[in-house]
Design a protein around this ligand. Structure first.
Ligand SMILES: Nc1ncnc2c1ncn2[C@@H]1O[C@H](COP(=O)(O)OP(=O)(O)OP(=O)(O)O)[C@@H](O)[C@H]1O
Ligand SMILES: [Mg+2]
Length: 238
């Protein structure tokens, strides 16, 4: 049960939006998702309250340093992916969550300012990996990207991060009204009324491409059917 978290010391970078888009898209694809709302501002919990029951998604609120690991252990048997939304801070809960994560996504806005926030998190990751001997993969996801953000600015951020050996996702998250609207209306892009919100189809397409790329970065799960396929393959070769 991979644990995916979203972190950036800079507030407002787009963590919660990126976390919710991934959760709702994977749930739509049939995966059982638990979102752990580890931000005291409770954005995800408020989204859940506005949404009511959403198929394949459960939200855990009121998480503490002491309770986080227990939640993961307890829910692991009934969960395909854990998604942790973290506060824009650099505190003990963030550190604990990073330590329990398989992959950390760092949303960075397509502007030079946010490269600073990303650099802070990268420093933190480096310290954790070295001092606490923690190991997890991490990738930057560019977000709130508009046609106004110049290719030059994006290339500058990509260059800065590549120099630190960081994977930058190929699919950026665009600046879209539909993504903002999720928090107003609750529900998912799939329950959103296209007559009321512009470009829902394009938003869905973006969310799907982003989720596909995230899944490609996840550790391969050896399921029973995959094992029998492998055994079958071995027999064919023999
Ligand atoms: N791709 C996007 N398109 C449109 N609006 C966005 C997008 N991403 C984020 N926003 C908006 O930007 C604001 C901040 O985004 P979000 O809450 O996701 O950031 P955050 O990193 O979780 O912030 P915090 O540090 O406060 O937790 C919100 O108003 C959100 O609706
Ligand atoms: Mg947030």
């Amino acid at each position: 049960m991979p644990v995916i978290s979203f972190a950036n010391a800079k507030g407002g970078a787009g963590k919660t939006t990126a976390a919710l888009l991934l959760a709702t898209e994977l749930a739509h694809q049939g995966f059982r998702i638990i979102i752990i709302d580890a931000d005291p501002q409770r954005w995800i919990s408020q989204w859940q309250e506005a949404s009511g029951k959403v198929r394949n998604i459960e939200v855990i609120s009121e998480v503490t340093v002491a309770s986080l690991n227990g939640h993961l252990r307890e829910m692991a048997p009934v969960t395909d992916y854990f998604i942790i939304d973290l506060a824009g801070a650099r505190d003990a809960l963030v550190t604990t969550a990073l330590g329990l994560s398989d992959h950390v996504f760092i949303p960075v806005q397509g502007s030079a300012m946010d490269a600073k926030g990303a650099a802070q998190i990268l420093d933190l990751l480096a310290i954790l990996k070295k001092k606490a001997r923690l190991d997890f993969d991490h990738s930057v996801v560019l977000t709130r990207v508009t046609s106004m953000v110049t290719t030059k600015a994006l290339l500058a951020i990509k260059g800065l991060l590549a120099a630190k050996g960081v994977n930058v996702m190929t699919t950026p998250i665009g600046e879209r009204t539909a993504f903002k609207e999720l928090f107003e209306t609750g529900g998912t892009l799939h329950t959103m009324d296209p007559a009321k919100v512009s470009n829902v189809d394009k938003a869905k397409e973006n969310a799907r491409a982003y989720a596909v790329e995230v899944l490609r970065l996840m550790p391969i799960k050896i399921t029973r059917s995959a094992v029998s396929r492998l055994i079958g393959l071995g027999r064919n070769i023999a």
